[in-house]
Design a protein around this ligand. Structure first.
Ligand SMILES: [Zn+2]
Length: 326
């Protein structure tokens, strides 16, 4: 799990004039009219602009388990479930957040469809927020860590034997109830019990140690970039062995833009050589991602991003998307 910084840009689909924004408005009007809780939620969150803006935040990393979602399957996940809450069947779900970007996270299909589903546990069930108390949402005593709101990286640590067991644990300096929330979140998403991922983390720790021992700090640094799979363990390992080599936010962003740009160039080529709908869709997602970073870079300036895109010959292509962002 890494910490993410939400982009301030608005996905056109979710703006008041977009399909998602209109649906949100209709739901609220209906509730105000007769207190009815919506039951139907067209999946506007799968639109390329929404997914692209989430790529700009997270790259291709599952928000919960750190897996590479281009391998593990990509879902746009509602942090607070929209239509139902397993722990409170009478609640009806956080329906008013169904079309809010601030409630979306990219996750792997296992974390979303098999583990999280409509679950959203609280430390105190009596304080679950419903629409009329929506202004109290920030104070709702949630169990699960929110990587886009909380400094989750400071709450996590490596097990002392992580090189053997690949385990992530609560930071020993953390007090209750935060430590309990970390334990429950790790357990909820089976972070230490998905064997292939545990193996990847173990191997990654070894790779980072080897790179540091061989004096290849650049290689060690790249493993720790937040937009790469399981990079928390690389960051924690590098932080112990050579903290001066940790990547800066600017270096991390540069890496992400480079990856997105290379993928987009490839996709444009695929589309031009007769690729199908899927290639076109992926090209759009990548263009939206780059446009979102250009519009509101999490570090550095828009001018730097533009310069990079000009060098790659992508500025004109991405500009069409940039102009649609507010
Ligand atoms: Zn996952």
């Amino acid at each position: 799990m890494r910490s993410w910084k939400r982009s301030g840009v608005v996905a056109p689909t979710l703006a008041d004039t977009g399909a998602g924004g209109k649906k949100r408005k209709a739901h609220v009007e209906k509730f105000d009219d007769d207190q009815s809780i919506p039951k139907s939620f067209p999946g506007h969150w799968t639109e390329p602009d929404v997914r692209g803006i989430l790529y700009a935040m997270q790259g291709r990393v599952c928000a919960y388990c750190g897996a590479d979602i281009s391998e593990a399957g990509i879902d746009v996940e509602h942090f607070r479930p929209k239509g139902n809450v397993v722990e409170d069947p009478g609640h009806g779900g956080y329906w008013w957040l169904a079309y809010e970007l601030s409630n979306y996270m990219l996750s792997c299909t296992i974390c979303n469809q098999r583990l999280k589903k409509d679950r959203f546990p609280l430390l105190d069930a009596a304080q679950r927020v419903r629409y009329p108390q929506r202004h109290l949402l920030a104070a709702e005593p949630k169990v699960l860590l929110d990587p886009a709101e909380e400094d989750v990286e400071s709450m996590l640590a490596l097990d002392p034997a992580a090189i053997l067991n690949g385990r992530i644990v609560p930071n020993p300096a953390l007090a209750e109830p935060a430590a309990g929330r970390v334990r429950q979140t790790l357990d909820f998403f089976r972070v230490n019990r998905k064997a292939p991922q545990v193996r990847k983390r173990r191997e990654l720790i070894k790779e980072v140690q080897k790179a540091v021992d061989e004096g290849d700090l650049q290689k060690a640094k790249e493993y720790a970039i937040r937009y790469r799979q399981h990079s928390l363990v690389a960051r924690l390992t590098l932080g112990e062995k050579a903290p001066g080599a940790l990547p800066t936010p600017a270096e991390e962003l540069h890496w992400l833009i480079g990856e997105l740009a290379s993928e987009l160039l490839q996709k444009i080529e695929d589309v031009e050589s007769g690729g199908g709908e899927l290639d076109e869709r992926e090209a759009k997602e990548l263009a939206w991602a780059l446009a979102a970073i250009w519009k509101a870079p999490p570090s550095g300036t828009s001018a730097d991003v533009e310069q990079f895109l000009v060098e790659r010959g992508l500025a004109e292509f991405v500009k069409d998307y940039l102009q649609k962002l507010t």
